[in-house]
Design a protein around this ligand. Structure first.
Ligand code: ZN
Ligand code: FE
Length: 262
């Protein structure tokens, strides 16, 4: 039986810690301090670090964690095409990461867009997806190094995972994302009930993540470029540059740009 816990950090980051009661792995530790505090409190031994992309709020804690572990060998997995500090295992699309303790097998999915080499980790047997800053609850990452077409293709791969897959993203951006989603799709009933649910969750001080692929497909405008209301909203946002039957990449790019200025 594995536990998954979001260690909160900075303003809105989550560092996901998975453990079997004895050994732990952490995804995207941007800061060592809160991770060490959590591991110490639970008497867990760190074994593995998984990295999705090179941004400081995802890799900044690697060095501190290795120091804390002293001479013990820690495996650090990261994207092959990005410069990840202390990386021991460089991963390409389609690679499998087999971890013994905690026992977990993860498939690597290339998801360029937010950064050029961003990867996601899919633990199929658990139904878990660790997607960093690519797919967020109700939104998606900004395009820092990739094109809108790349990001749409990346999100398309994640959307094609089984509906019940749990989506563990790296930030608590959900309510702001949903506010924007409502501007795109004011008539989406599933979205309206999600807003109510997630608002109540935040009022209780709890994380809104993980969500599920099914919920993201139903409510996340960045997975819904084929929906009539999203196409229409994009056409309106383009102030008449194109109509409601624009190609999907143009719809997606317009929605992404609109969100940047929202
Ligand atoms: Zn990032
Ligand atoms: Fe981030």
């Amino acid at each position: 039986m594995l536990n998954v816990f979001p260690v909160p950090a900075f303003k809105d980051n989550y560092f996901w810690v998975i453990d079997d009661g004895r050994f732990a792995l952490v995804v995207d530790p941007g800061d060592a301090t809160p991770v060490i505090a959590y591991l110490a409190q639970k008497s867990l031994t760190l074994a593995v670090i998984l990295i999705t992309h090179h941004h400081a709020d995802h890799v900044g804690g690697i060095g501190g964690l290795l120091d804390w572990c002293d001479d013990r060998k820690i495996f650090v997995y990261g994207p092959a095409s990005e410069n990840i500090p202390h990386c021991t295992h460089k991963l390409d699309d389609g690679a499998t990461v087999n971890i013994i303790s905690p026992a977990l097998s993860l498939q690597v999915i290339d998801v360029p867009g937010h950064t050029a080499g961003h990867i996601a980790y899919h633990a199929e047997s658990q139904g878990w997806l660790f997607c960093g800053d690519t797919l967020f609850a109700g939104g998606c990452g900004r395009l820092f190094e990739g094109t809108a077409a790349q990001m749409r293709a990346s999100l398309g791969k994640l959307a094609a995972l089984p509906a019940e897959t749990n989506v563990f993203c790296a930030h608590e951006y959900t309510l702001a994302n949903l506010l924007f989603a409502c501007a795109v799709e004011p008539n989406n009933a599933a979205l309206r009930s999600r807003v109510e649910r997630d608002t109540a969750t935040r009022e209780r001080g709890e994380p809104t993540v993980p969500s599920t692929i099914a919920l993201e497909r139903a409510t996340n405008p960045f997975l819904r470029w084929d929906e009539a209301e999203v196409k229409l909203a994009a056409a309106r946002a383009s102030s008449g540059t194109f109509g409601p039957n624009a190609p999907a990449d143009l719809v997606f790019a317009t929605i992404r740009e609109w969100k940047d200025n929202f």
